[in-house]
Write a protein that binds this ligand. Structure first.
Ligand code: ZN
Length: 343
């Protein structure tokens, strides 16, 4: 089913750009708990501006933002767990000042979007961090001694893909862990035995695809069950689990999973578009998780990313790469880095 193109006029691009520019400078106090994860907030804002085809707005600050991201890179040889990127300077120098797998991804993805050549990245330290954070069961911890689950499997895999260096990952163990997280329901849980969830299903499917193990790890009936589970999560927008309300972010998590599995056309794009647009804030811009929640950087980004999966929205948004979760324009720059012909 194609999107009714007249709906695109409801999209308030300039409001969203204004909201994102404000988020780059100051956030409301109710987002203060994100303070140790500033890099991921920066990624949501920078990638949103990219999807809105408004990169030129960052020109004046581009160098300063790139330097700030690199300032989060932990110098080598600081000890166990002290490799990669910290999420914020808030913990700098204290006992919890660890590198964090998702912050490494946020840093690399943001640098690629900003057109950086990644030449100041300490690749060896990052690969060693990934190796250090893989556990015996194949999963990955976020930081030294922290919880381990599918979110950090994806972070380790996508960072290895970006660096084109897989030596930090035991791929066989990783695939075994992912496979054990496949629930009887059809989707993937965060860990073996957990309820299937839209976010962990995305992380599992995108990881298998990036490792080129999708068809090796899953047989046809399992892939069919995953597709069915994802399609059944559409209730207008998408819910993350059965009997939950729809939430803007799952338009990306589940939509991108279906895109990777080449079955996005099974979704009702008009109902999905209408739901995401109902979470658009017409006064200050941005998107919330639902129509009665205030806008925040994460749901704004994932709302835009979810909308960009709908074919007709390329009139208002860049197309997104569903596996790496950056625009196709940024992906082209990444390919350029991979070819080592980056200028
Ligand atoms: Zn959400």
């Amino acid at each position: 089913m194609a999107l009714n193109a007249t709906k695109l006029s409801d999209f308030l691009k300039q409001k969203h750009v204004g909201f994102l520019q404000r988020c780059l400078r100051v956030l409301p106090s109710d987002l203060s708990f994100f303070d140790t994860h500033r890099l991921s907030l920066a990624f949501f804002v920078i990638s949103s501006i990219d999807l809105l085809n408004s990169n030129a707005l960052l020109n004046e600050e581009r160098r300063a933002i790139i330097d700030w991201i690199y300032s989060m890179q932990i110098p080598p040889n600081e000890g166990i767990g002290k490799r990669g990127f910290r999420g914020s300077s808030a913990n700098s120098g204290d006992p919890y000042d660890f590198g964090h797998l998702t912050m490494i991804y946020s840093a690399l993805a943001s640098l690629i979007i900003l057109g950086d050549d990644l030449k100041r990245i300490n690749r060896q330290a990052i690969v060693e961090a990934i190796k250090e954070l893989q556990l015996e069961d194949g999963s990955f911890a976020a930081t030294h001694g922290s919880e381990s689950d599918m979110r950090f499997v994806y972070s380790a895999v996508v960072v290895s893909h970006i660096l084109q260096d897989w030596s930090g990952i035991d791929i066989d163990k990783t695939v075994t862990f992912i496979k054990k997280c496949l629930s009887y329901e059809g989707g993937f849980g965060l860990r073996p035995g957990c309820e299937a969830h839209g976010g962990s299903t995305y992380c599992a499917v995108a990881s298998l695809s990036l490792m080129d193990k999708l068809n090796f790890a899953l047989d046809k009936s399992e892939i069919k069950s995953i597709i069915r589970w994802c399609v059944m999560k559409q209730v207008s927008g998408f819910q993350g689990r059965p009997n939950k309300e729809p939430d803007t972010c799952y338009s990306f998590w589940i939509g991108a999973t279906l895109k990777i599995l080449d079955t996005y056309h099974f979704t009702d794009v008009n109902a999905n578009f209408d739901f995401v647009m109902s979470t658009q804030d017409p006064i200050v811009g941005g998107f919330g998780k639902n129509s009665y929640s205030p806008p925040d950087p994460m749901h704004t980004y994932l709302g835009l990313a979810g909308l960009s999966l709908i074919p007709t929205t390329n009139k208002i948004l860049s197309t997104i790469n569903p596996e790496v979760n950056i625009s196709e324009r940024a992906t082209e720059h990444l390919r350029c880095i991979h070819r080592q012909h980056c200028v």
